[in-house]
Design a protein around this ligand. Structure first.
Ligand code: NAG
Ligand code: NAG
Length: 379
């Protein structure tokens, strides 16, 4: 190992005297020597076992400049506090598809919920969410995809402070909407503690306490993706037969955009290339890709992992292309209770609430929601 150190010095001296050809020669010799040492150490491991090889291996480390101290597991598993990066979508999706996704980890992994807000800009319901999250630090992470022109102004004390991810423009019903959802999933996957991934909008509110939401997800074997076979013109009617034979009419599914998926399915979504290219090519308005892509793909890839229902209440009873929006005068304790008490669903065979979240709420509803949250929603 002394040899290695001296060698480094020689290179530096020679670099100053002969900056080009000679330093290149020395550099090559250096690399060859490095390779030799590693080959020797690998063979030593083979023949004499790890114990005796360790000194050789560590002396090789000393030869490399800049290796100071040994990083422990924490430095590999703790998430970056800075969500900004300069990766392209292609690079980001590739990176996110490489993350761990097993069930077992050699350390105590506290599972977190990733709340992914797909918004145009401001989050009018932020004060309600702040209350919902309060006291549950370490069990959730937040990601916001907003219009790129929007500049967020959350205070450092806010749970939303610096939670924006690099974003791009989205349009209703277009593929770039699913691109944004995949971008959210990919960014959230980089934190290996995130186990459940929930897509929300600025018009969504929680209907129960954080603890209830966490227990509900932890208890379930399913991902809550609304997915069903609709024989009508707005379901099968939007299928394009050019998608066959990879996607046949019988595979075609429809459902609400607002999903919850486990880590396993999130990785499937960011990895997908096959279904993505077919939907991009053949599902354009009046085929709304956010109502069909993940719903169809996941029901083909992992039908047994889907609950086929959404956790987010939406009121379509008024008809039309957009659901009802609730304002200030709609909000009473009874109104909120009705949203989750009127219907019961099974969660792993146990009778449970169907909905953990609801939309759409106008900004004017905020104050009334804050008034009733403690009594009916439990936070
Ligand atoms: C679609 O149908 C064709 C013809 O029946 C079949 O060969 C193909 O495997 C089907 N595709 C899927 C994904 O089931
Ligand atoms: C969801 O639908 C798929 C078919 O698309 C089915 O195989 C699966 O069993 C359903 N899940 C539940 C919980 O019923």
């Amino acid at each position: 190992m002394e040899d290695g150190k001296d060698f480094g010095t020689v290179i530096r001296i020679n670099q100053t005297r002969y900056p080009t050809v000679r330093s290149l020669q020395f550099f090559l010799i250096f690399i060859v020597l490095g390779l030799l040492v590693s080959i020797i150490s690998m063979n030593t491991i083979k023949y004499f076992g790890v114990g005796s090889a360790a000194p050789v291996a560590s002396s090789f480390n000393i030869v490399q400049p800049g290796v100071e101290g040994l990083s422990d597991i924490d430095s590999w598993i703790s998430p970056s506090s800075n969500l900004l990066h300069s990766m392209s979508d292609q690079e980001l999706l590739w990176r996110a598809s490489l993350v761990p996704q097993g069930k077992e980890y050699p350390f105590n992994r506290v599972r977190k919920i990733a709340f992914m807000f797909l918004t145009k800009g401001p989050l009018p319901m932020a004060p309600l969410w702040e209350r919902f999250f309060k006291g549950h630090e370490g069990l959730y992470s937040i990601y916001i995809h907003a219009n790129p022109s929007y500049i967020a102004d959350f205070l450092p004390s806010s749970v939303f402070y610096r939670r924006q991810i690099p974003s791009q423009v989205t349009e209703w019903g277009e593929m770039n909407l699913c691109d944004a959802e995949r971008r959210l999933l990919a960014n959230a996957l980089l934190d290996i503690s995130n186990e459940w991934f929930i897509l929300l909008s600025e018009a969504c509110v929680p209907l129960h306490s954080f603890t209830m939401v966490y227990d509900y997800l932890a208890r379930s074997r399913h991902s809550f993706v609304h997915s069903f076979d609709d024989p009508g013109p707005y379901g099968r009617g939007r299928y394009n037969k050019n998608m066959a034979p990879k996607i046949n009419l019988t595979n075609w599914r429809k459902g609400y955009q607002w999903f919850e998926v486990t880590r396993e399915l999130a990785v499937k979504i960011v990895k997908d290339k096959t279904y993505y290219s077919l939907f991009k090519k053949y599902c354009k308005p009046t085929c709304y890709v956010d109502e069909h892509y993940f719903q169809t793909m996941l029901s083909m890839e992992s039908p047994n992992l889907l609950a086929n229902r959404s956790l987010t209440f939406v009121d379509w009873s008024r008809g039309g292309a957009h659901p009802a929006t609730f304002g200030k005068y709609d909000i009473t304790e009874q109104f909120i209770k009705n949203l989750f008490e009127n219907k019961r669903c099974l969660n792993n065979g146990q009778p449970s609430f169907c909905f953990l979240f609801a939309r759409k709420f106008a900004p004017s509803a905020l104050d009334r929601l804050l008034d009733v949250a403690h009594n009916v929603m439990g936070f």
